[in-house]
Design a protein around this ligand. Structure first.
Ligand code: PLP
Length: 374
């Protein structure tokens, strides 16, 4: 029996390896490794793909979020609303700036912020909302943008897991004041190393971000703010430009796999499958089911995961501990029970193998094994 990994980047490399090698060789022999035309050209291509006027590349998705908050001039004492069910980076950048993350519970059907609960978390200190398009599933951006407009607060879309996903026909990342992407290798658009980008239609915000990512400088050796050094290097930009041309095709393959999982798993007792909402086109960075037999502890889910592993199927748990209960956020004073949906879901989630090159035989084996284990 073959071992089925949660993700296998070697298979993707087999497909594009020759193209990547040529591009990499060209840059290596050029002697120019930072900035220059590969970076500029990728920024233009990614902006055009998303339908925005500005793309500023940087070193990671974490830096992208940090730069977005800085450009909005968010400061110590300010509050930023986000979800407790995300990768730590989303909240971490708020804390790094000295502002306070304010969490709002999620919607069980989408794993995303429950938009009906956001308004009650808004105070006069609230400066921004960071919705996360988790697992490649778009947040209801119409609801978020109208709330933000009504309260005059900014929206930063954390689109790290959702490159190419759409809400009501628009690309995620293009609807908020700023959109942030990660090119970490496991994302739908992943580099062969670290990378990230902020996108926007606001020229002033874009100019601030370019200044901040270059040591607070618009003009060489003249520094107007405390910035950072955050670059996407030329090699990664060239690789990303190649991969961007495959993104829609790869996302289609993920959507096809998701449709098959849905069909094969939706009627299984004790399993809740993820579903697209009416206006969303998800890109399934993860295909995450819920095992609902136990809602108060993770032991049943962990046992199923262990049994699957013994049958050669690797699955993952994103995320086992909600952010409001992490040690790093103890000082915020949240308690177990504050966000019941998130807390229950952390005990139940299991992400199944999902990557464009997963074969249908392998997918059948995943489903067969899962049925055997539950
Ligand atoms: C990956 C990820 C990030 C951080 O991106 P890095 O490139 O790893 O810094 C931020 N938010 C979410 C939701 C992510 O999945």
């Amino acid at each position: 029996m073959n071992h089925i990994p949660p993700l296998d980047l070697k298979r993707q490399y087999q497909l594009i390896g020759e193209q990547v090698s040529t591009a990499v060789q060209e840059i290596l022999s050029s002697g120019y490794y930072i900035g220059g035309s590969p970076v500029k050209s990728f920024e233009q291509q990614f902006a055009a793909y998303l339908g925005v006027s500005q793309c500023i590349s940087c070193n990671s998705g974490t830096d992208a979020l940090y730069l977005a908050l800085r450009a909005l001039q968010i400061e110590p004492g300010d509050e930023v609303i986000t979800t407790p069910f995300t990768f730590i980076a989303t909240a971490e950048v708020i804390s790094v700036i000295g502002a306070q993350p304010v969490f709002v519970d999620i919607d069980a059907a989408t794993f995303n912020l429950d938009v009906t609960q956001i308004a009650s978390a808004i105070t006069d200190k609230t400066k921004a909302i960071i919705p996360v398009h988790l697992f490649g599933q778009p947040v209801d951006m119409d609801a978020i943008m109208s709330l933000a407009q009504a309260h005059n607060i900014a929206v930063i879309e954390d689109s790290a897991q959702a490159a190419g996903a759409q809400w009501a026909g628009k690309q995620v990342g293009s609807m908020g004041h700023l959109g942030c992407f990660s090119f970490f290798p496991t994302k739908n658009l992943g580099a062969c190393g670290d990378g990230g980008a902020v996108v926007t239609n606001d020229e002033n915000l874009a100019a601030s971000i370019r200044m901040l990512k270059e040591h607070g400088s618009r003009q060489r050796y003249y520094h107007e703010a405390t910035g950072i050094n955050s670059r996407l290097d030329a090699l990664q930009a060239a690789i990303l430009a190649i991969k961007l041309s495959y993104l829609d095709q790869w996302n289609d393959a993920r959507r096809q796999l998701a449709a098959t999982y849905h069909q094969l798993l939706q009627l299984l007792p004790g399993v809740v499958v993820p579903q697209e909402t009416p206006h969303s086109q998800a890109v399934w960075n993860q295909y995450t089911i819920r095992l609902t037999q136990d809602s108060s502890s993770s032991s049943y889910r962990d046992q199923v995961r262990h049994q699957l592993q013994q049958q050669g199927v690797s699955s993952m748990v994103y995320y086992p501990i909600p952010l409001h209960l992490q040690p790093v956020y103890q000082h915020l004073g949240y308690q177990p029970g504050d966000f019941p949906v998130t807390e229950q879901i952390c005990h139940q989630v299991l992400s199944l193998p999902m990557f464009p090159e997963l074969s249908s035989e392998e997918q059948q084996q995943v489903v067969y094994s899962l049925k055997d284990c539950i």
